[in-house]
Design a protein around this ligand. Sequence first.
Ligand code: PMP
Length: 393
Amino acid sequence: MFDRLKDVRLDSIIHSFREYSADTNVNKIDLGMGVYRDSEGITPIPQSVRIAQKWHLASETQKTYLAPEGIPHINSRFQDLIFGKRYSDSRIQTIQTPGGTCGLKLTALLLKRLNSGTTIWIGAPAYLNHKSIFQDSGLRVGYFASTNQRHQAFLESYIEAISLMKRDDAIVLQACCHNPTGVKLKETDWHLILNECGKVGVLPIIDSAYFGLGDGLKNDLYPLRYIVKNLPQAIIVSSCSKNFGLYRERVGFLSVVGNKKKDLDNCFSHILKDARGMYTSPPAFGAFIVDLILSQPTLKSMWLSENRVMRNRLIDLRSSVACVLRDIGFNVDACRAIEDGRGLFALLDLDDYQVTQLKKIHGIYLLDNSRINIAGLNKYNIDYFKSSIASVI
Ligand code: PMP
């Protein structure tokens, strides 16, 4: 029966990395995969993580299963971190998930159970996996423009799109460091967007995959705290891949905000049924590391300062990249967006031919939509990047 299947192309993030790995060009640069890299091109294991994992290994006595929700005290510690202790109350429940990706998948399955007619709205340009996750779960996906032609946040489009959505539709919003644009929403933008969701009855799904790497924890998590104070319901999906450097350990959390405890309990009974069927028990190792870091003051301050180093490098690098591109006469608006944006990503607005030339001739790997991971650039490769871009524009 396998002969009935046609080949399906994995998204261009995975594809670009495969092409990069196979390329023998000594100057090749991977700007496709979305991981943080330091000035030496390394994706570091933070010192706080190294220490926590040593402590954990020294005290670990068993490796039996965790319950599908993970470990309750770890879930509440993480919930306190992201919502802030003041806001982290009985209106929220949190479980651990294998990365943010599974948090998104569980969200999709929950929405499908709740109302199979729901449309999931995603701002374009979009993170590629959002579409796959929601659509492959049997939900309808719709798009609205989240940036204007000058590469800025397009607030009017958000508001108009939400005002036209149906009650019980859902909208996927990224808390900070937008993937793929890097475009940042101001606090006042969040108020308008989230208030409109509340007015129309649209469920916000906040994907918080990069918190800490934009403007610091408090700013990056602002929409979560605004939601708890002002909105009846929302879903928050968090990832510890980038901010803790725990990528392959697969640590994420799924939080649901609702008005009644009974509703939340019912919601989680369905979510946990899906978790049970999909993976039964979330990976424990990374979750223990996160818990040690958050519970031990010395480790926590070490982690916060390591986070600051990553964030500052990204901000400085964004300015340098914008500068380098301005030098070669690159699109002025795209340069400003790179500089003003936050996080790992920027869209260069190159066409398919230019992207192919960069890969095939120069060994510079970016996504098909010309998204680059700024953190893949450093003092050793930025001149090569500059001359390569200059030769394709
Ligand atoms: N959302 C966005 C926007 C992302 O960029 C990513 C990681 N690429 C994720 C969710 C999921 O990350 P993970 O599964 O590693 O936690």
